[in-house]
Write a protein that binds this ligand. Sequence first.
Ligand code: GCO
Length: 438
Amino acid sequence: MAAAEFSGELPPVHFPPGFLWGAAAAAHQVEGGNIHNDWWAWEQAGRVKESSGRACEHWTRYPSDFDLAVSLNHRAHRFSVEWSRIEPKEGEWHDEPVQHYVEVVDALRKRNLEPIVTLHHFTTPQWIASQGGWNNPKIVDAFGRYVERVAKALKGRVRFWATINEPMVYVNMHYLEGIGPPGVRDLRQAFRVTEHMIQAHALAYKILHAHATPDMPAKVSIAMHAGFFVPCRPWHPLDRMVATLTDQVFNVAFIEAITEGRWIAPGIAKVRMPQAKGTLDYLGVNYYGRQFLRAGKGGPGQWVGQGCNLDHHTRQVTERTGMGWDVHPQTIYHILLRWKRLGLPMFILENGTWMDDDAARWRYIARHLYAVGRAMQAGANMLGYCVWSLMDNFEWAHGFGPRFGIIEVDYATQERRIRESGRKLGEVYRTNRLDPTP
Ligand code: GCO
């Protein structure tokens, strides 16, 4: 879709009745008091400037947080279950947190919010992290045992699952850039971790399906961070090669593994993974912006090139978020049409932004959502859209500075205040209609 299509006399887009409108969040970012996982240990070791601490106290405040979502016409909510609460020490299983998540799901259902449950969202119990974490093959079965407990407890209550949130972002952030625990920058480990995540996903898929019931069939996906890699210097053959290769490794390899059962870790290993074949029921898509890549030797964490955030893309990048990320709504349209070829329904599980100015946040959301609507007109089969995020929260290595919420959180008092962007989005959710934003 050309940029010009976004301006001028464009019609509104309409979304079908029953479209799953919601917001997304993740345990460690909102719950508070998650003291048994590797991120907590990382924070306590002073590796990041702020600790997640009490975060948004969502662990106890979830009922009123869900009331706010309902007041904004939400019909779905994505959250994650925290493995380290359920198994804080190896083999030591706690029922109380399991019961808590059952209550969370019931609280959602009572409010007509469709739960979307993520099973791993960047945090790993410290007991296994200290044994090598996702680099240790033992994690696959350990994850399976945890998933088994959750699936049993939530039997008949949950339809939509996301096994692992953004596996490739996890690998990149924790095993290539080293900005999250264990802070490793090693290509070999990165591929091993990816392979274990594929196996863990496939195992979880089978467990979730084994516990599904006829009136609550399981729909299982990952939350895929849809990367869109642009050569920093479009005329430069090496930059172009880097962008293509990165696309293969970051976007294509994992999806091929869990659809076709073929895992190709370029240059490192070639493995058939028959058990992973066909373990995707829908495609969960997270999208934020494009990444610019430049060939170069880079650091140990940069395998064929490096991300480039320099200002010399002024001709290509017209706007940036508070994180410095590129804003490019048309790209979500292209991504959805690209993945349509899988023949599966798709679900936007994350899209949103931190902007200092809330009007700019709304503009970002509205333009992306409009592009999703256009992709649907062009044949993309979409189940729903979850904005990231319901409320401001702990943004990993960046601490509490970035504010992605459609609801503002005052961390001193834990007061919530709905932002104008949240109200405007709520109107779209209510009417299933969105007018173009120039
Ligand atoms: C993700 C991250 C979220 C981030 C969000 C904003 O799934 O990408 O899991 O935890 O907070 O993406 O950066």
